[in-house]
Design a binder for this molecule. Structure first.
Ligand SMILES: Cc1cc2nc3c(=O)[nH]c(=O)nc-3n(C[C@H](O)[C@H](O)[C@H](O)COP(=O)(O)O)c2cc1C
Length: 221
């Protein structure tokens, strides 16, 4: 590769990294299925914890489920995730009531869960044309969520490169032990870690991310 090509490649990568944003307001238009598959392919090519999952011989270690908005499956997934948000909120409030220091530290998360509960759905679910669930085999040791973080980042960067909008939804990570939810995906409950994201087009494209200067957060030792 020539120096020019290398430089251009680096510039393009920086451009994609800097313009990647969380989008929470989606247009109703659905991206072409081909684009959705390109995003999934980027996720499939993300690293995975081979040593943790290679002794499992029951199929692929990473699976993707595309839920289209307006379908019965989307409604079912949304209501199961909302039920989980309500349970998590009740559980968190019990924990907060006996521990003033924890109560203060968990304020932001408690507010978020209460908002989900009042809204009646988890933001990102039913609010975009596609909701994608990604399942990673838990393995030994269970590194599923860590592998999923790599997978989601690849998908997010690819979505950015394709001009698509992306929103990660943490609540999906609580669904891996839920029998009804896993049943809908035909996955064995307790065997998979889950994560989810909304995909579509942004109603309004957010500006670039704001971060501190790199030397302010870096220490050379
Ligand atoms: C592990 C993780 C979980 C996140 N969960 C959510 C979520 O459930 N809903 C959401 O809207 N954003 C979620 N986000 C997005 C962050 O809020 C977002 O990345 C952060 O505010 C910085 O904004 P940016 O992504 O536009 O740079 C999550 C991000 C990470 C890394």
């Amino acid at each position: 590769m020539s120096d020019f090509d290398q430089e251009r490649k680096n510039e393009i990568l920086d451009e994609i990294i800097m313009s990647r944003r969380t989008v929470r307001n989606f247009a109703p238009d659905a991206p072409a299925r081909e684009l959705v598959l390109q995003v999934i392919q980027a996720g499939l090519y993300a690293p995975y914890a081979r040593a943790a999952v290679e002794s499992f011989e029951d199929g692929y270690f990473r699976r993707f489920f595309i839920v289209c908005n307006g379908t019965g499956n989307m409604s079912a997934i949304s209501s199961m995730m909302n039920r989980m948000a309500c349970e998590k909120y009740a559980q968190l409030e019990r924990q907060r009531s006996g521990d003033p220091s924890f109560k203060e530290r968990s304020r932001s998360w408690a507010q978020r869960l209460k908002w989900f509960k009042d809204l009646g759905h988890v933001p990102g679910v039913t609010t975009s044309p596609y909701y994608i669930l990604i399942a990673e085999h838990r393995g030994i040791p269970d590194l599923g969520q860590r592998s999923l973080a790599h997978c989601l980042e690849n998908m997010w960067l690819k979505a950015t490169a394709l001009g698509l909008a992306f929103q990660i939804t943490t609540m999906a990570s609580d669904m891996g032990d839920d029998e009804e939810f896993c049943g809908l995906l035909k996955l064995e409950p307790g065997e998979w870690d889950l994560m989810g994201c909304a995909l579509g087009y942004a109603r309004k494209t957010p500006g670039p991310s704001k971060r501190p200067p790199v030397d302010e957060v870096t220490t050379w030792l």
